[in-house]
Design a protein around this ligand. Structure first.
Ligand SMILES: *Cc1c(COP(=O)(O)O)cnc(C)c1O
Length: 230
């Protein structure tokens, strides 16, 4: 079932790419299979069916899986991160999607330095200014981008956002479009070390629209693994 679901999501991504109007149709999209609240058995199934990237949103859970998952895979941290977990975050994750404050950026830089790592990160934008979501407001984005660029052990790779859970999914489209425009502007900034490549947006209910509007990383859980049990 997981394999079939994964292949269906991959197919939907291809179809959404073909529907793009403002974005090059052939610009590739990376699928991050979000495995939070699903067990290692489910993760193995997805990886064996072709998943190369997995997303977790809590350090504790990721750590417990990391120690037993006998598969080679790229780990993405997609959830809000507390500064006191920075040490473990740099230990386990290839790409951290959720940098949203100077304080957190500095903590990650320090811990990455201690283990001699250059940590790839995205800055999370709270475009709709929802109180319930983390992320920095777009007005405050530039100083944080400049800081991350300047920190020696972090490498800025792009932007991430989470759209509001609108009943009508089409309502996400203008937000995704605006994020793509911001992403294009950020690409033009003459940074020192940043390598702006990734725009991470789109989850189960809205990833097809996100891809149409220019996402090149989507984070999909439910459509692959089914509903989460809490
Ligand atoms: C859980 C989660 C996802 C995946 O959500 P689904 O609706 O299950 O696809 C994507 N991004 C973030 C940040 C998440 O926490």
């Amino acid at each position: 079932m997981i394999a079939e679901n994964l292949h269906q999501v991959e197919q939907h991504i291809k179809e959404a790419m073909a529907r793009r109007t403002r974005v090059p149709k052939d610009a590739p999209v990376k699928l991050v299979a979000v495995t939070k609240n699903h067990d290692v058995e489910a993760m193995r199934e997805a990886i064996d069916a072709g998943a190369t990237d997995i997303g977790e949103n809590r350090i504790q859970e990721a750590k417990s899986k990391f120690d037993i998952l006998d598969r080679d895979v790229t780990w993405h941290l997609i959830g809000h991160l507390q500064t006191n977990k920075a040490k473990q975050a740099v230990k386990y994750f290839s790409l951290i999607h959720s940098v949203d404050s100077e304080h957190l950026a500095r903590a990650l830089d320090k811990e990455a330095g201690k283990i001699g790592k250059c940590q790839d990160v995205l800055v999370q934008v709270n475009l709709a200014k929802e109180d319930s979501k983390s992320g920095i407001y777009k007005e405050d984005l530039r100083p944080l981008l400049d800081l991350v660029d300047a920190l020696p052990n972090l490498r800025l790779r792009g932007l991430m956002c989470i759209a509001p859970n609108y009943a009508d999914v089409e309502a996400c489209r203008p937000l995704f479009h605006e994020m793509y425009e911001i992403f294009q502007q950020v690409k033009e900034i003459p940074f020192k070390t940043a390598n702006i490549s990734y725009l991470s947006m789109g989850m189960t209910h809205d990833y097809q629209i996100a891809v149409e509007e220019g996402a090149n990383i989507v984070r999909v859980g439910t459509a692959i693994f089914g509903p989460r049990q809490y």
